[in-house]
Design a protein around this ligand. Structure first.
Ligand code: MRU
Length: 355
């Protein structure tokens, strides 16, 4: 399996995704500040992967702390949480990952648990979250595989694969599961300008697994849909609002509208940790704005004239009406999403619906 990230006795080891597909190198983060930098610099990226990375970041921060009192450690935990929370704004999994460890810490600290026991509990929890993420991806695959065509071409946008999770992937996990069940699927991977997650990462990891993959420029999908060459679309998500509106990589919305026009099913695959019940609808989702240089330059070469104004939103929101189904580890959600999401959250995580 592709080792996106890994807890080691020496720190958290990350496959450097900024170097793919040309170099397979690793970055070892030995403290929480380095984990925060790895997330901010997109050495690790993809919502579930950054959620678990953030959990490991706070766990490593607590584990390496030299605080001798719970009061001092609690102050450090606040600083560590803030540092990690400020790395990227859109994927709600980041905040979920921080909260999972911080809530555990707060509960143990309230009971005056000895510091060494707290350290071991938070590290175990972060490592468990890694295993649970892979298990959730496998479950999404099991629930979603039957939705994909028995034979045909599936379009995906960005990278929602093993590289965006702890392994197997969400959208690409569903594709993997369908192929494991005998479907004959070719993948069209949108290149995903400007950061090229599709061209660099999706193509790399699918070819690694011998899954036939064709890279498209982002403006080609419409023409191919019109020619009947795409049978389904499947993408991941960075944050799903309570009404089903879904933030994902910039360009997802365009693909969803095109799919609807051509009568092609458009699926979102994401774990429950990507659903944000505190966000009523998509307009409330914070969208990360990234540096202009990602648009002005390609491979170190300037592509636009000096003085051209630049837009670089990293994500867009696809309104729920374009989404045929949302595949989660607990099953497949259908419209009306405000009801199906509440029902599933209540059954899977009652404490979530209590907010
Ligand atoms: O900016 P990125 O590369 O972190 O954006 C990633 C995406 O938009 C993915 O599609 C999303 O996080 C789902 S990953 C399973």
């Amino acid at each position: 399996m592709i080792p996106t990230l890994e807890w080691l006795p020496t720190g958290v080891n990350f496959l450097d995704q900024t170097k793919l597909p040309l170099e397979e190198t690793y970055v070892l983060a030995t403290d929480y500040k380095q984990v925060a930098a790895v997330i901010r610099d997109m050495i690790v990226r993809g919502a579930p992967a950054i959620g678990v990375s953030a959990a490991m970041g706070i766990a490593i921060g607590i584990d390496r702390s030299t605080a001798t009192s719970l009061e001092a450690l609690t102050e450090e935990v606040a600083v560590i949480s803030r540092t990690l929370a400020e790395t990227r704004p859109t994927a709600v999994n980041l905040f979920w990952g921080i909260d999972e460890i911080r809530n555990l810490y707060n509960g143990l600290a309230a009971k005056n648990t000895p510091i060494p026991e707290i350290k071991s509990a938070v590290v175990s929890k972060a490592r468990r979250m890694y295993d649970e993420d892979i298990a959730a991806c496998k479950q999404m695959g099991a629930h979603g595989a039957a939705l994909l065509p028995k034979e045909g071409t599936v379009l995906t946008h960005c990278n929602a694969g093993a590289l965006a999770t702890c392994g197997y992937g969400t959208a690409l996990g569903v594709i993997r599961a369908a192929i494991e069940r005998g479907h004959k699927i070719d993948v069209f991977a949108d290149e995903t300008r400007p950061y090229l997650q599709g061209a660099r990462l999706t193509a790399w990891e699918l070819l690694h697994d011998n899954i036939p993959t064709t890279v498209l420029c982002d403006n080609m999908a419409g023409a191919l849909m019109r020619q009947g060459r795409i049978q389904a679309v499947i993408v991941g998500a960075d944050r799903i609002a309570a009404n089903g509106d879904t933030a994902n990589k910039i360009g997802t919305y365009t693909v969803a509208v095109l799919a609807k026009e051509h009568g092609i099913p458009f699926y979102v695959a994401a774990p429950l940790s990507t659903i944000d019940l505190a966000t009523a609808h998509g307009d409330q989702i914070p969208i990360e704005q990234r540096a202009a240089i990602e648009v002005t330059h390609s491979n170190g070469k300037q592509m636009t004239p000096d003085g051209a104004a630049i837009q670089n939103p990293a994500f867009d929101v696809t309104p729920a009406k374009y989404i045929t189904a949302i595949i989660t580890e607990h099953g497949v959600l259908q419209a009306p999403y405000n009801q199906s999401i509440q029902r599933m959250a209540a059954a899977a995580k009652p404490e979530l619906t209590a907010v």
